[in-house]
Design a protein around this ligand. Sequence first.
Ligand SMILES: Nc1nc2c(ncn2[C@@H]2O[C@H](COP(=O)(O)OP(=O)(O)OP(=O)(O)O)[C@@H](O)[C@H]2O)c(=O)[nH]1
Length: 350
Amino acid sequence: MKTLLEQLRVTDAEIRVRKRLLDLSNEDAELLLECSALVEQRLDTIVDTFYGIQTSNPEIAALIGDADTLDRLQSAQRRYILDLFTGIYDLEYANNRLRIGLVHKRIGVEPKYYLSAVYLLRRLLEENLTDLVPEPEKWQRVVKALDKLIYFDVTLVFETYIQSMVSEIEAVKNRTEQYARALEETVAMRTGELRTDSLTGLTTRRFLHEALQRTLKAAQRREEPVSLIFVDVDDFKDLNDERGHAYGDQVLCELGKVLMEAARGEDTCVRYGGDEFCVVLANSTEAQAVSTYCQRIKSLLAERLPNVSLSLGVVQTGPEHYEKAETLLKNADQRMYQEKTIKKNGLAKH
Ligand SMILES: Nc1nc2c(ncn2[C@@H]2O[C@H](COP(=O)(O)OP(=O)(O)OP(=O)(O)O)[C@@H](O)[C@H]2O)c(=O)[nH]1
């Protein structure tokens, strides 16, 4: 953990810069040192008057709170006044000023109260120095030196105020970022959930369009054909009614696996809804889809679900001309429906 001086990058060189900026010279330091014994004589009077005035203000009295705190503040004030007249304004001196800033910030002393206290102390010191340093010219020089030193201190105190506010803002920023990350994860998870059908693990209908568009775009670039297959289980309602809904679920789940197993990595298998499925086959003509993919699913189905039959509607688009996704879906659905009708009519005839 860094010290306050390190946090605020206050070094010996920095102190020299600050003194130069305020024209706080060695002569000023010597002048103040010369007054130290005199000021010490008035120390109690100055501190008592200071806190007498401070506690007469109800807001400040409320900030101080209790007699013990007042005691501690009075001792700190005594030390501070003595510090002002030591003639040594080095790193340790700066560090003590920074600590004061931090304590003020922590107990919630707003800058307006801190500045009014500084102003009051400066006024009391100036008044007392009038008696203590009778030569007006010297008194003026002492007061000027004191002014510069007080400005030096106030700068340091304010910097700790600012630093501590910046840390607060950073802490809030970190918390907000953490929250945003957690939120992003949740959104990603939910989106993932929406993307996959919970029963079959296939892509949901919501994302069929996106997947189809992606495949079509890639196909257009490479001038490849794309096939779309619409799949519907025959008489699934009867299956559900006869063997129960749970069995129906098992069938859909198994069918999902079959569709996936028969597909390649760049293909997309979608649960369209209920007992309807869609498969987007990349780089496949209708003939290839029928002779390979459809054959594969039929033989897998015969092994695993011999009592289930499917109606399939296959359409091709590209490589010369590409249909829109919606048209492809409509056409594939129609073809599937035609196949189903033919089957039903066939059965009815027999
Ligand atoms: N077990 C189960 N059944 C579902 C699910 N989603 C839809 N269904 C049922 O699937 C059946 C689909 O029936 P229909 O659309 O009439 O189609 P079908 O009985 O297959 O008849 P055809 O399509 O004409 O062959 C309905 O009875 C729905 O209740 C599901 O997730 N699980």
